[in-house]
Design a protein around this ligand. Sequence first.
Ligand code: ADP
Ligand code: MG
Ligand code: MG
Length: 866
Amino acid sequence: MTERVYLLSEARGLSRDLLGGKGFGLSEMAAAGLPVPPGLVITTEACRQYLRRGAVPGLFEEVRAKMAALEGLTGKRFGLGEGKVPPLLVSVRSGAPVSMPGMMDTVLNLGLTLEGVEALARATENPRFAWDSFRRLLAMYGEVVLGERAEVFEGMLSALKEARGARADAELSAEDLEELAYRYLRHLEARGTPFPMDPWAQLQGAIEAVFRSWNNPRARTYRRIYGIPEDLGTAVVVQAMVFGNLGEDSGTGVGFTRNPATGEKGLYGEYLRNAQGEDVVAGVRTPEPLERLKDYAPTLYEELLQVAGRLERHFRDMQDFEFTVERGRLYLLQTRSGKRTAQAAVRIAVEMAEEGLISKEEAVMRVEANALPGLLRPSVDRDKAPRPFLKGLPASPGAAVGHAVFTNEATERYAAQGLPTVLVRPETTPEDITGMYLAKGILTARGGLTSHAAVVARGLGVPAVVGAEALKVFPEEGRAVAEGVEVREGDLLTLDGGTGEVYLGAVPLVEAAGEALLEKLLAWAEPFRRLGVRANADTPEDARRARAFGAEGIGLCRTEHMFFQEDRIPWVRRLILAETPEEEALALERLFHFQKEDFKEILLAMDGLPVTVRLLDPPLHEFLPPLEELAAKAEGGDEEAKRLLERARAMREANPMLGFRGARLLLLRPAIFRMQLRALLEAARELKEAGHDPRPEVMVPLVADPKEVERARALAEELFQEYGPIPFGTMIETPRAALLAAEIAPLVDFFSFGTNDLTQMAFGLSRDDAGKFLPRYVEEGLFPFDPTERLDEKGVGRLLRMAVEEGRRANPRLKLGLCGEHGGEAGSVRFVADLLDYTSASPFRVLTARLAAAQAGLSLGAPEPA
Ligand code: ADP
Ligand code: MG
Ligand code: MG
């Protein structure tokens, strides 16, 4: 039988899985020679056994044996004082292998009895302290072990304070606290759960309660949310108490070895004089910054600085540690890797590598790639911000201040005067693109993190908060209401797309910092990256931005976005209305010129790099104004509106996502296909003649059958005859196309996996409607994550892997890319890193894709998002 109980000093070399995070940190600190009160660890294995069988035979004997050793180490006896020697008291602390802050229970001052209190009072000559310790034990034990509600004890304390006219606990005398302790004892007795006046019984009760706390509802919920396995169990640390509440030369605090918000090197934290650890957490008194110690306890400050340095050298990461000072002596009680902002993560990783504390490879692995886009944009200055009046989902990071506007028209009006705007909509549709493009921020009442508003905002790099359910928007009336507050056009709003918070008025922002550090980190990462990274970019501006972020070309250029612009949409509508070939030809002729110019600019922005242009994808009726709007105009006698309305009604589809779009549209209206491809080829030819190096590629969306590809290829070949060939590819975004990859591959030069549609069709759900149920699926643990955000490896990933393998076998020269939203999500990028040639991400997400691809290349086992 393996041992299940270890002294901290014997536990060195045992795993974090066995010792739990707290036990592991304490044993490491003890081994590193840092001052840690002696203690013992009961392993997670014992907990698992206990939870399986309800008891662990022999465990308590082992604990007793180790307690004897603890008595030897401290020169005190458990629960029993002798003259000037106070009794040994312990804390019984929970600690899982994975940090679950505050989720399980801890009992302090354990071992005290009515006899022990007297001994403690005698030994410390401080009866108030002794009774205070006892009443704390009674309340904690009463709650954690005996199951009474914490409020009952708090209520009794408040009642006593009121009776004594005391405002703070500190104003209660030793006698008051003694009285309180007796009241607690009587209460527990009366409810049939008497407090055990035997230290060993207390110890056993507390250990078992900590085991059981693994399954309390709070802890279960936390594990579900963070995907922590149910069967880890918690370790228990039993540790000699040290007291921070023995006077002004005592205290307790929390320290960080670097600033967790900015990453700046230096001791950072808080200290509370004459207090016990739980007082800091409970927020009874406001702690002071550690800095203050420099003035009145310079030696302690110096000691803490040295401890911080030793902790970092030992753990090789920024540490978050708990300490207590008992009569001038420092003790460390806990340490763990500190949580930090994305900005701090980059700074800490880079600076630690430069200090030689970690390798550059480790630095690269330590930064959460998904957090990078938020680094480059400002955020709300939380110290100066008022309370937000509204909260939604953090859809696109960055903060924005602007005047509330509710329509494209208003956005343009403000923009013309050089005024910043926040576009407020119930939800957005492709119609809103102008407004979204011009606005500094976007706010919607409905929709999830992959709603149209969210996707487009991220692509544009515009901060956005979506799905703010409390908001009611009335665009026609130019107003919105939320939480009883009305927002009218022109009112100033501030939103933070990194937190989802929305404020009234202009709130101060803090500029993004650390771009130079990020560049350094990415430069270290690049050599490990094998996967190419391109951008999803529809405009020259996006293309330039993406290139600046290191994109190696465009993997997806959506041509329909060009159709939506002000000067083109009338021609698109004429194309839709065309009744004769002549009318169609005229509209296409105009659109040809627009497209050619657009393509030229984009090709130029990506000169020398590949630009994959996707031919028209959405159904044509998306380019018509909303039906209600047309109906109103038609009613008013507008002739064109009447015709449009008629067409719109005729073109209406019950399920446009599965309707007349993509290849289906292009093959049945080949004039559109020819116009687009000719514009691209012509643009490239003109640029080449001017001495540039355009590298266009063309791809067809939404195919489901090789015959479609064959027909499209034939159409393309007609033009290739005239202009010379360019790479011709197809999107793989229907499950059938993935299944028939072997037949499709020989017909094309490349596949581009459109994982948005592939996910929708594989799951049979639409992203526009999934907001109603997907979040609950994730919450209730039916799905581990939202598959519209992160690629589902099991199902969609299987289709992809199969298409890759069979496609490559059928066409060894086949190039493979991914261009869905997943292309900029770190977990998905790591999944495809050795399957594909490139991934394509929205401009700001290019950084994420680069880092994630390098992390995959480093193959150290990439860090999973928490
Ligand atoms: P949590 O996991 O909730 O942080 P802890 O086990 O760390 O719970 O304990 C709660 C508080 O009690 C912390 O402030 C801790 O520093 C303090 N504490 C725990 N054990 C001791 C001890 N042996 N002596 C003094 N303070 C302690
Ligand atoms: Mg703690
Ligand atoms: Mg698609």
